[in-house]
Unconditional design. Structure first.
Length: 254
């Protein structure tokens, strides 16, 4: 994760709407991003030392039930889902529990935890995916869910992601408006900055880019007469570039 979610979303939409052909433009020479690094290795998950393994007292208030759905066990080094809290969430019939329950399908380990989550999701949606089948549940949300989120969902998600890397917590705050549903923001498989961005990358001219094929795709932007082309092959490694084009700071997320 890099940058503010709103800025990344807006810029991604702008960059996605721009096309650039190397060597062609409106009179300005396109600079080509050059990168000599290799694709980074996947980082392993490290347990947090800030979480507690003591569950909260049972509650029937939806917002409080949300906070009781899981704890992080330092002894077991994993997210421990509370089947009792999941059952209380189901009993409310509150569909706002759908995003957090889907989040938990990614972390459940033991059968009784998986079964509780699967039962709740099945009752709330009518779907029969397995209780650990995160990607199918997440795809279902994308196709069908447009409902609201709990007001404390951001801090709940920050606590969940804290066990991967405490730095993730700074991205989720209660009471902060977002242009996208926060449940759509998902862990990419590495720690914060586990995939290093291209920060102010070294540039070459389009004519010097002899290593590229004529029809090779690039991400392009032109600002104040200055043009830049970011080869797809480099963005596929780094997933983000931070640069200054035409005197304007630019962040490209892929």
């Amino acid at each position: 994760m890099h940058g503010h979610p709103r800025a990344i979303t807006a810029l991604a939409l702008v960059v996605g709407a721009i096309s650039l052909v190397i060597g062609c433009g409106s009179g300005s020479d396109a600079s080509l991003v050059s990168d000599e690094t290799q694709a980074p290795a996947i980082s392993t998950i490290a347990p947090s030392t800030d979480s507690t393994s003591t569950p909260a007292s049972p509650s029937t208030v939806p917002e409080e039930i949300l906070d009781e759905l899981f704890v992080f066990s330092e002894d077991e080094h994993r997210v421990v889902v509370s089947p009792q809290a999941v059952e209380r969430a189901l009993a409310t019939g509150d569909r706002r529990f759908l995003p957090p329950l889907v989040e938990l399908t990614r972390w459940v380990l033991l059968f009784h935890e998986r079964n509780a989550v699967q039962t709740a999701l099945h009752e709330l949606t009518g779907q029969s995916y397995e209780g650990y089948d995160f990607f199918n549940w997440y795809s279902w949300l994308g196709r069908n869910y447009e409902g609201p989120e709990f007001e404390n969902y951001p801090s709940w998600k920050a606590q969940l992601y804290n066990h991967i890397d405490p730095r993730f917590a700074k991205w989720f705050h209660d009471g902060v408006e977002s242009e996208i549903p926060l449940w759509t923001a998902q862990w990419g498989g590495v720690k914060s900055d586990g995939i290093p961005p291209l920060d102010n990358p070294r540039l070459i001219t389009a004519g010097e880019a002899i290593f590229m094929e004529p029809d090779e795709p690039v991400f392009g932007v032109s600002i104040n007469g200055e043009a830049r082309a970011y080869p797809h092959r480099f963005m596929n490694w780094h997933e983000m570039a931070n640069d200054v084009v035409g005197g304007k700071p630019v962040t490209l997320a892929y």
